[in-house]
Write a protein that binds this ligand. Sequence first.
Ligand code: FNR
Length: 186
Amino acid sequence: MKTITVLVGSLRKDSVNRTFAQALEKLAADKFRFVFPDLGAVPHYNEDLWQDLPQSVSTLKRQIEEGDGVLFVTPEYNRTFAPLLANAIAWASRPYGKSSFMNKPGAVIGTSPGAIGAAAGQMHLRALLPVVGVIQLGQPEVYLQWKPGIVDADLAFTDATTREFLTKFINAFDTFIDRTALDEAA
Ligand code: FNR
């Protein structure tokens, strides 16, 4: 069982990205345990705060470091990724040389009610992650258009094709984490 730190870029009570992550957690229950850091508790990035580091930040860094992998789940805001994620990533990437993401296997997914399924937002996030040390899964990409009923009240994906596709993603991420660990050990 692998522990995956899941960073969801929305604080909204009815966030489709959070629901997506929770449904994926259920689908992946035989392989992954998801940990959801509280990104809403993390203050706006301010270099001065390192003098007396907020516990929310040290907890975030520890949760990322302890995980076997990190999953970024982003809404798309104005064709880029969510500012909540930008803030969390800034904190976790510092101090310089001590990024919590260093050599951590990671993957990006996201959803939006729009037809492009957060694709443009995900692309921007993908460009940033290697800079902070994430070793990134390339395929399969997951661009999910969120429609009413796509997930039922028990957090199950209702469509078999979607379930199959997301199972492929889960398996690919699982294998990728194993491969990255082998590379690191070599
Ligand atoms: C959006 N939304 C949006 N959707 C999209 O597909 N492309 C976009 O560029 C944007 N831009 C955008 C900007 C801002 C400021 C907001 C608030 C929203 C819509 C967005 O995808 C939708 O609100 C999702 O439901 C947000 O995700 P959560 O909060 O439901 O997870």
